[in-house]
Design a protein around this ligand. Structure first.
Ligand SMILES: [Zn+2]
Length: 64
């Protein structure tokens, strides 16, 4: 009895939503305000530095 074994196609439901965590808290923590522009202007976070998109002030991160 060699029945055709149906290839079990798993219905992959892309759980995209799980990858999008609510980062509201971490965002407010990560964003650093530009010391030159003052409050309201946040600096872009890079791997080794932060840069201000407004005045281009760059702040290099030290060794962590
Ligand atoms: Zn700035």
């Amino acid at each position: 009895m060699a029945g055709k074994s149906k290839s079990d196609k798993k219905h992959v439901t892309s759980k995209v939503w799980q990858n999008y965590e609510v980062k509201g808290d971490s965002l407010s923590r990560k964003n650093v305000v530009c010391p030159k522009c003052g409050s309201g202007v946040f600096m872009a976070e890079h791997s080794n530095r932060r840069t201000c998109g407004r005045c281009h002030y760059t702040e290099f991160k030290g060794k962590q």
